[in-house]
Design a protein around this ligand. Sequence first.
Ligand code: E4P
Length: 256
Amino acid sequence: MRHDSVESGVISSNHMKIFIDSANLVEIEEALSRGFVQGVTTNPSLLSKEPKTSFETHVGKILDLINRYQPGIHLSVEVFSRDPEEILKQAEHFKKHFNYPNLSIKVQIGWNELVTIKKLSDNGISVNCTACMSITQAIMAARAGAKYVSLFWGRIRDGGAESESVPLRERKAFDYKDFDPAFVTKSVRALLDVGSIPSEIIVGSIRSVMDVRDAALAGAHIVTVPPKFFQDMVSHFKTDQVVNQFLTDFSGWLAS
Ligand code: E4P
């Protein structure tokens, strides 16, 4: 795999995929119809913003859109339990019910959840281990067999200003670097690469277009982006200026 190093990050030539972070059918269709996303990630909070229906019905509608516009791309759906046995039951139900080859089951990181992540991975079910906030969480999830580890960029940064971080720093579980999402992402990518661990990093919890840029440059294989940022990602005032100039000049030439 060819690697191009950009600044201090390392970006593989076939990575930096953009996923859409939404469960909203209109937003998903707008993105899929433009072809620039290569996956859809959802979570229970995103689902809760949608009109009430059954989980299976709504995810089925997302799959209908995927199959209409970009068949075969990634879809992550999250379990909604902390009980390992219930997580296992939900994951196996989702896999059977949706019958979608590129389905990943989002399971949160945790001591008990690692048992389920290993069981699911051993059974060939793709796990997207989510809610990862630290280097050690991501590496443990990857070593347990998770195909994806989801780092929460915005929440990692938020954590540095929260009171719960103080005792962690005092007992030297973390230091300030562990609340820098770029440091965490670069470190996880470096450890995955040096260990030849095939897991991919999905960076979520994006709070700005700059976060998208920084996450990509930090080595994220995938950045999952809330659709509210897509317009700013594709727009630039200098683009508008030059296109208007071209059209004005050409109109003048046509009229001459
Ligand atoms: C990834 O899919 C995550 O669930 C999502 O990006 C979390 O975003 P939030 O931290 O804004 O809730």
